[in-house]
Design a protein around this ligand. Structure first.
Ligand code: GLY
Ligand code: MN
Ligand code: MN
Length: 359
């Protein structure tokens, strides 16, 4: 891609923002490296100086790095820590801010030994904040991932009936998503039926779906490296009054939270709105996780929509809204959409219907 059309140099510039002359940033997270350069390999290190940018990779990735990385010199290493040392010495770096959530203690100790005289400091959340606000290209990828996923779900819904196993549906859904253009499933697809639906992160197993079950399907696709995340909950053949009541309340919590989303509102406020709706119905104790999270190159990234979070939503953030009620040993319901925050509200990117549906 010509550098002028590429989003990467501007991202690096924003990260560099007032980087002192002799400092460097050491970026190690594979998604962060991709975000800043376009290099999509699964291993490497990116060093960012005030006026230089070096992508360090091992021999497996040299060709790919030269093809994909925009604006970065490619440096081949045999041992990562030694490569970092070479670049730091060559650039006469005095301090390195490293990604403390990614560097292992082992590598940190070796780096400390190699870079004696260089100050090592943990990098705080700058990258997380940068990545939280998406540009048009990123939003397009997430919307495309969501489109592929919903289309695949529509194709497999006929399978959700008595006698079919959870795993058969999950495998078929992942197959269809990839056949329709997904690079991968966004995460291990959840198909949870009956009492398994009371586990927010159930793994699909060999349970056979029966009449009266609630079936929670939490699924997403990856397109252009970006994820979608959506959950639909269905009832099989019938829904009893309590199931309808709980479903309607979870839907109301989801709708109220979505109506409240707009630039300028805090993440904690959105969580409070969803939680209050379930509390009012005596269901608050069964809502055991946060209301949502950012989605992008990772399926879970900043910001978090959870109790007390003061971070303010900004236009361009893409977040999920996913209230749920889980009744241990019985069943559960979750309704999740991925939405784009705008100045006046939000745009829902995930397309499957969320009205109560009996299959
Ligand atoms: N699929 C994981 C989640 O909804 O957060
Ligand atoms: Mn999900
Ligand atoms: Mn989610």
């Amino acid at each position: 891609m010509p550098e002028t059309l590429s989003p990467y140099p501007a991202r690096v510039e924003r990260l560099r923002n007032a980087l002192p002359e002799k400092d460097a940033l050491l970026i190690l997270g594979e998604k962060n490296i991709r975000y800043l350069t376009g290099f999509a390999g699964s291993d490497g290190a990116l060093m960012v100086g005030p006026d230089w940018l070096t992508l360090l990779v091992d021999g497996r990735y040299v060709t790919q790095a030269r093809q994909e990385a925009v604006g970065a010199e490619v440096f081949e290493f045999r041992i990562r820590v030694e490569g970092i040392e070479s670049v730091a010495r060559r650039q006469k770096v005095g301090a390195v801010d490293f990604e403390s959530q990614v560097l292992t203690v082992d590598e940190y100790l070796r780096l400390q030994e190699k870079l004696s005289g260089v100050t090592l400091r943990p990098l705080s959340g700058e990258l997380q904040s940068l990545r939280a606000v998406k540009d048009e290209g990123e939003i397009g990828c997430i919307a495309e991932a969501a489109r592929i996923a919903s289309e695949a779900l529509a194709d497999v819904l006929a399978m959700v009936r008595p006698g079919v196993r959870e795993k058969e549906i999950a495998v078929e859904l992942e197959y269809r998503m990839q056949q329709t253009g997904a690079e991968l499933a966004a995460f291990e697809t959840i198909v949870a039926s009956g009492p398994n639906a009371a586990l927010p992160h159930a793994t699909p197993g060999f349970r056979t779906i029966g009449p009266g079950d609630c079936v929670v399907i939490d699924y997403g696709a990856v397109s252009g490296g970006y994820h979608s995340d959506e959950t639909c909950s269905y009832f099989v053949e019938r829904a009893d009054p309590r199931q309808r009541e709980v479903y309607d309340r979870v839907k109301e919590a989801h709708d109220r939270a979505i109506r409240a989303i707009r630039a300028g509102v805090s993440c904690g406020e959105i969580d409070r709105i969803a939680r209050t709706c379930l509390d009012e119905a005596g269901l608050g104790e069964y809502f055991s996780h946060g209301t949502g999270h950012g989605v992008g190159l990772d399926v879970h990234e900043g910001p978090r929509l959870a109790r007390g979070r003061e971070e303010i939503l900004q236009a361009g953030m893409v977040v999920t809204v996913e209230p749920g009620v889980y009744l241990p040993g019985l069943w559960g319901v979750r309704i999740e959409d991925t939405v784009l925050v705008t100045d006046g509200g939000c745009r829902i990117l995930t397309g499957s219907p969320k009205e109560l549906t009996i299959l």
